[in-house]
Structures are given as C-alpha cells and as structure tokens.
Design a protein around this ligand. Sequence first.
Ligand code: NAD
Ligand code: ZN
Length: 798
Amino acid sequence: MSHSSDPKVHAAELREQIERANYQYHVLDDPRITDIEFDRLLRELEALETAHPELATPDSPTRRVGARAVGGFAEVQHAIPMLSLSNAFEQEGDTELERFREVAEFERRIEQTLQRREPVFSVEPKLDGLAISLRYEDGVFVQGATRGDGATGEDVTANLRTVDAIPLRLRGKDWPRVLEVRGEVIMLRKDFEAFNAHAREHGEKVLANPRNGAAGSLRQLDPAITKRRKLSFFAYAIGVVEGGTIPDTHSATLQKLRDWGFPVSHEVGTAKGFKGLLAYYRRIGEKRDSLPFDIDGVVYKLDDYEGQREMGFVSRAPRWAIAHKFPAQEQTTTVEAIEINIGRTGAATPLARLKPVQVAGVTVSNATLHNADQVARLDVRVGDTVIVRRAGDVIPEVVRVMSELRPPHTKAWHMPSHCPVCNSELLREEGEAVWRCSGGLICPAQRKEALIHFAARRAMDIEGIGERFVDALVDFGYVHTPADLYQLTLDDFLEMKRRADERDGTTPETVKQGKVATKWAENLLEAIEASKRSTLPRFLYALGIMHIGESTAKTLASWLGRLELVRSTPAPVLRVLPDIGDEVANSIDGFFAQEGNQRVVDALLAAGIELGDESAPSPKLRGKLGLGVLLDTAKVSKLGPKSTQQLAQHYRSLKQLADAGASHWVVAGVPSAAATNLELFLADQENRKALEEAEAAMQRLLDAIPKSAKAEAAPLEGQTVVLTGTLAGLTRDEAKERLEALGAKVSGSVSKKTSFVVAGTEAGSKLDKAQELGVEVWDEARLLALLAEHESEGDLWI
Ligand SMILES: NC(=O)c1ccc[n+]([C@@H]2O[C@H](COP(=O)([O-])OP(=O)(O)OC[C@H]3O[C@@H](n4cnc5c(N)ncnc54)[C@H](O)[C@@H]3O)[C@@H](O)[C@H]2O)c1
Ligand SMILES: [Zn+2]
C-alpha cells in the first residue's frame, strides 16, 4: 500500500485505518483484515509516534483500548478499567535473545524496577475470545459487561446467564461481599465446527472464526440465540473487591476462583525469569493444535500484587504483564486455482490452491472451500486475495475474500459438470449441499470404497474383504473394478499378502505362517466363488449406484424382474415405477449411460455371477405405461395433464398420434395452442428420437410380461358400478361399454351392493346416496387408470 512520506499525514492515515479496523472488529464483530495486519498497522503507528513525539495525540489508538460500543445494550462503567495487554512478537534473529528480545526486555525492566532477580510469573494461555467482567454481590451474579473501550462496556447480563460455565451463585463461603471476576468468553473449537457444519448444510451464514462466533453471539439482542451458540468461559483476573480479602498473588487468586466455582483455563501455572517464560511459550506452542480452544499466544503476569502495583500502567496496558503472541492462525494470500477433490465416497469438495503462506507455523498451499454453496456465498474467484485460517488439526479453510483487492476480469466459479478423475457426471441430491461423482464403479477416487461396498454382507457378501485387504488390492494394482476380484488366483493373494506385510513391517514369513497364509487365501477364494450365486436386488445394490439403497434395489427388481431391463430402461420410463422418483431414475439412467459401468457389469456377468431370482416384469406395469406417460415426459408447454389424458385415450402409439396431426388433436379436445406446441415438439428430430426410444423401452417391458398374465378375461367380474355426473374424457356410453367389456355390471341406481360409484362433475343425488351408504366413490382419473391397467393389451399398443 502506498503512503505519504510526510510523517504527519502518514500518522493520520494509519489512525484512520486502525480506527476503522477497530470498529469493524470490536463493534461489528466483522473484521475485514487479519490480526497480524492490524498489529502491524498499530506497531507502525507506535514507531512513528516514538520517532515524532509531537505527533502523538491523547486519543491515538495506541493509547486506547478496543472501541466504544454502540448498540442496543445499556452502558456499564468499569470502576477498575479493563485494559489491554502489550504484545511481544517473535523477531528475526539467530539467538534466543534476539528472537525474543521483546520478552527479554519486559522481564529485564521488571528485574530492574523491582531490584529482584528472576521474578515469578503467572503464565497462562491467551484465550482468543471476548473479555468480560462479572459482578457478584453476596455471592450472587448480578451483572455482566463487555470490555468496551475499557472504561465503559455493554450490559450483557441476560446473555451471560445462558452460558453454563458462568456460576450464577458462588461456591464456598469466603468470598468478598462484592467481587468482580474477569475472564474470556470463548467458543470451543468443537462447538464452532458443529455450528458451521450445520450452517453450511442449511445454507446459512457461517462464522469466520471462534472469536468472532463468541463476540457475535454474546452481543446478540436475543439471549435465546446466545444460548443456542454454546459459549464457554474461563476466568483469569479480578476487578473490584469489597468486604473481603483475596490472596497476595495472582496464581493463588486463580486457585481461589476455582474454589468459588469458576473454570480456569487448562495449562495455567507459574514460571521463573526469562528462561522459564520461554520454556512455557514453547511447551504451549507445541500443544496449541491439540487444545480444545483457539489461543493466539500466552500471557505472562508478574505474580505478586505488591510488585504489580509498583510496576503500574501505561495508558492502555499494565507494565507487569505482556502477551507473547504465537504465529497467527489467519493469513492473507491469493487463490491460484479452484479445483475439486473427489473423496472416497465420491463427494466433490472444492479446494482453493493458494500461493503458499505460513499459517500458525505451517506452510499452507491448499484450503478447503467445503462445498459449492460456500464458494458462492464467499464468492471466491481465481485471482482473489483471501484470508485463510488454520487452527488445530482441522484442514485450513478460506474464511473471507478481500473483495476490494479483486483484480479485474475475474469470473464467478461454478461446480464443473463432470468428475475430474473419471469424467462421470457430478450429481447433487435435492436440498443437499454436496455434489457427488456418479462414477462409483469406475472412478479411481472411489475404488476402495466401491470394493468395500461391493463385498459387504448385504451386497455380494464376500467374507474376509476388509479395509486392509482392499487397500493392498488397490494400492498394488491387483484390482481396478469389482470384476477384477473374480480373476484373482491363489498365487495373487499370497504375493499380495507378502507385499502388504512387507509394507506394514509385519513379521517375516515362517513355514507355519506360510500355511496360515495359504489357508487364508483358500478361504478367500472360496468366499469369492460363493458370492457368484447372488440375487438381482443384492447385485443392484452392490453396484453402488447413487441413490440405490437396499430397499430401492428391491423395488426395482420387483417391477422390472431382470437385470437386462434395468440396464436398458431409460429414465422417462423408470420414473413411472411407483417408489422410484426422478432422482433414482436419473441416477440409474446416468449410471448405465456410462460405457465404463456397462463394461464392468458385463465383466461381472462374464465372470459367472448368476442372479438366481430373475423373473418377468410385474404385470401391473401394463396399467402404468402408455402414451400418456411418454407425453408427460416431453413437458410440452401448455399441454396440460387433461389434454395428455385425452390424447392417450384416442391414440395408442406415437406413430398414430403423429399421423393423426394437430387438427385431429384439436378435435379430440386439445386447445390449439397446445396442439401447435406438440406438433413443433414432435417435428424436432431429437425430441422425436428420444420419445421413440422411450416408447421402444416401454414396449420391451410389456413384451416381457408373460401372455398368461395378460389373459385376465374379466377382471371386473362380479362388480357393480354406477356412473354419475359428467365425465370429461369419455361419454357415459363409452365408459359403460368399456367397463362391461371387463366384466362389470353397470347399474343405474346406487344400493348397498354397488361396488363403487364413478362421479364426474355435477354429480347429483346418486353421489349423495353413495355417501350415505358408505359406498366407495371414484373420480374420473381413477376410472381411467383402472381401464388403462386392464385394457392395454398388445393389440391396442402397437
Ligand atoms: N483484525 C482486525 O481488524 C482487528 C481489529 C482490532 C483488534 N484486533 C485484534 O485484537 C487484539 C487487540 O485487542 P485487545 O486490545 O483486546 O488486545 P489483546 O487481545 O492482544 O490482549 C488483551 C486481551 O487478551 C485477552 N486475554 C486472553 N487470555 C487472557 C489472560 N489469560 N489474561 C489476560 N487477558 C487475556 C483479554 O480479552 C484481554 O482483553 C489483537 O490481537 C488485534 O490483532 C484485530
Ligand atoms: Zn469420478
């Protein structure tokens, strides 16, 4: 960033930038720059004010704490101000003294002022949250406030009451009558992760980091929201004390606070002199990633209060304490590419490739973007400057885009349509944030998972194929698809086991082990052989087609009967099967549209897999398939369900329909605009071809139903039906004729013996009578479905 060489102007610029950042951070809980950038600005201003003392103003941010809050909360005056802490950062240098010069200077100043060698310090993790002060009167929590600008905070008592870690009443007896306890409200990492996982799944705003989460939640006007966000609290100091005493040292006070019922952070202790402080810094630094919360450093506080009083304060911080900062958990860098990573189960996770940057002591060159919605919400683009965060053992993530630094001509990112590993289509379940690769069987990224699924007990049930075995099979290249399993020999197994043992450093082979290995391999071969005798539902399930669970596999098998028909039936026809929705239909269609998948299935069948339960398709399909279904899938604009139904009654095939032409359709009752659209639709060669394919698939299904099942001569034999009101799709005579053709008796009056009444529009007294007698009443659609189910014989359906 360019800046003025005139120190006065430069100081003003810095102040403005710092004020803005302070406001965004402390008041809006929405920081726009990283902490290190903020600290760098502050240090630059400090250096400038030291070099040019005449530039220092009393209201300079170098002398003030935080920012005065403006919000819906009442103000609370802090009788004892809540201060900030001076910071010590690691510097360039070869020796410890050089690198930790700031800590050394801090310690030396205390030694000199107090004339004491190697003073004792209370040493504590520096929790990254929000400072608060809790007031207890007669042992009861009466008020809680934020730090604000140090002198005036916000009354957030109602919200603090929802934080479980804050005692509403003190334990023990020896507490002062008035006691102010100070500490940090934080969000534990697990609560933060859980909150964000939920938010990402539901397309809600995610929290940038736990500190932000804590501050934002505490300053909510609705305590119910605060409660839902699960905040925690740790005490680290005291403020006003009246009517009682406290110990002489800070470390003993922390112990007292514990006794009174306050949580005090893990890892607090005492240390002596510079060496002791550094040892503590290193020890906590090593533990940092495994702590349950974020810390941005450690704090050293001269332990005895007498010494603290002697050291005193500068304007914004005590001289007896310092925060020794760790490398920052957030850094800025630029996005060089956005790629997607396909996980073991096919989940596609967008990933930002970053210009490598040190984050919390580790070089980070990739960060997760979680899912497509998150990328859209953040609007991350290639070329953007972003803030990345790495905390604990969680994968680094992109937290924010610094949009003001966006270069020109960037493009919004979209999830690619195909898997970068196997080129299968990426699909997403409705209402789900995750996209998945649909190439389960052939996608190398999913190989191991596909094999484990294939061999599972409820699938092909091959006993003995565990994770370690699958790892070896795939890693050593013995198996690419499940079909390869059936080609393996005894020698392959023994060889593979030897290599796996070698890789894992397992014990060398003895004669006895050799025998054990042979027995193991024989058992495995037997299990693989046995799995060849399978069933259609198991086999379909084993293929790992997206959305095909065990029960869907059974449903499919019961409708279609044969694998061949599952493989060759297109989505528009599959969609008609009850309990098979669009999603499943598309998924099956997509799966078998992949040549690779077809090859694997062929190879499995060629290896000798038998589906012992294959049968004919369900005869009930006949009533469900027809021209109406085909026209439905065409989604011709203006052609409503009623017109579709009418056409399906007049014509029995696409050809008949097309040959008749639009003018006839209009005669049949189709509005002319719809007829025109349909005509245009059918004139398009591709549309026509797709429909013809679906029609052919339907015909194949119908042909596969055995004739004997068709010959229900009189399915309505013995039933009495009454017709009333006006039917839209057929005349009353027509209806009567067709019902009678199926064996029904059509009567003119309703009695207890009536099987059902078909009521059209403006049905009159017969309907009332039926209702009175409790006779079943059908609408026209149900009648048409019944007729269609029993009528569509081969002679009608050309
Ligand atoms: N990114 C931004 O835009 C932005 C803006 C303003 C401030 N900040 C960041 O906020 C911080 C400055 O704020 P600050 O004035 O609160 O200083 P600070 O956070 O560096 O230190 C003081 C605070 O440390 C906390 N603390 C945690 N553990 C403690 C312990 N064991 N004992 C005592 N105190 C403990 C308390 O809340 C205390 O108020 C810096 O880290 C700065 O980078 C960032
Ligand atoms: Zn794939």
